[in-house]
Design a protein around this ligand. Structure first.
Ligand code: GSH
Length: 205
């Protein structure tokens, strides 16, 4: 049965999953909703917890972006078989989400100019300086990847960075050379590159 991913027409919590589906050569229905049209009540009511992303395969559904990402990674040779390494990568992706959740992005999206400026300031003065040197160090000591080779954790970091860059209109990875190199590596994976070239650029105003 067909695979399906429902998410908004932005990168957000969905793009790393899309990247991994393309990387793994999976055919899937890429269903997107425009943020400006949300909530589409009939869609929201059909979601188990009222939120996106939602993944469907073989008549079954899975919510929670990290659960979906981990499953898709397992189907795309992006999850190591060693259980300790899996646990280390689980910790990595939760560290990345901790960073992301500190930015209060829902508040940022809804906020007026003053709120946006204050939240952005906090992200750039507190959260990036705390998390990014740590991510940079982990990548540097592991040959540019979190696990010494390409895994789903690399995709999750790049997805979050691209999302932050969309919302803040910046390149937040610029001062972190190993992170910046990883962003390029993922974007240049042949199937990911092909996908990026076929989709419209994301916008946020
Ligand atoms: N913990 C959930 C969070 C999901 C979430 O916050 N989804 C947001 C978009 S990024 C959403 O659906 N917002 C619309 C709504 O709540 O109505 C996950 O990681 O999947």
């Amino acid at each position: 049965m067909a695979k399906k991913l429902q998410y908004f027409n932005i990168n957000g919590l969905g793009e790393s999953i899309r990247y991994m589906l393309h990387y793994g050569g999976h055919k899937f229905e890429d269903i997107r909703y425009e943020l400006k049209d949300w909530p589409i009540q009939s869609v929201k009511d059909s979601l188990p917890y009222g939120q996106l992303p939602l993944y469907e395969e073989g008549g079954k559904t899975l919510n929670q972006s990290l659960a979906i990402a981990r499953y898709v990674a397992s189907q795309s040779q992006l999850l190591p078989s060693d259980l300790w390494q899996q646990a280390v990568l689980d910790a990595v992706v939760h560290n990345i989400y901790d960073f992301w959740n500190k930015n209060k992005i829902a508040e940022y999206i809804r906020g007026d100019a003053e709120t946006k400026a204050a939240l952005k300031k906090q992200t750039f003065e507190e959260h990036i300086p705390f998390y990014f040197p740590r991510f940079e160090k982990e990548l540097k000591t592991n040959k540019g990847h979190f696990a010494g080779k390409l895994t789903w954790a690399d995709f999750i970091l790049v997805g979050m960075i691209e999302t932050a860059n969309l919302f803040y209109g910046e390149n937040i990875e610029t001062n972190y050379p190993t992170i910046a190199a990883l962003v390029k590596t993922i974007q240049n994976l042949p199937k990911v590159k092909e996908y990026i070239a076929t989709r419209n650029p994301y916008t946020f105003k």
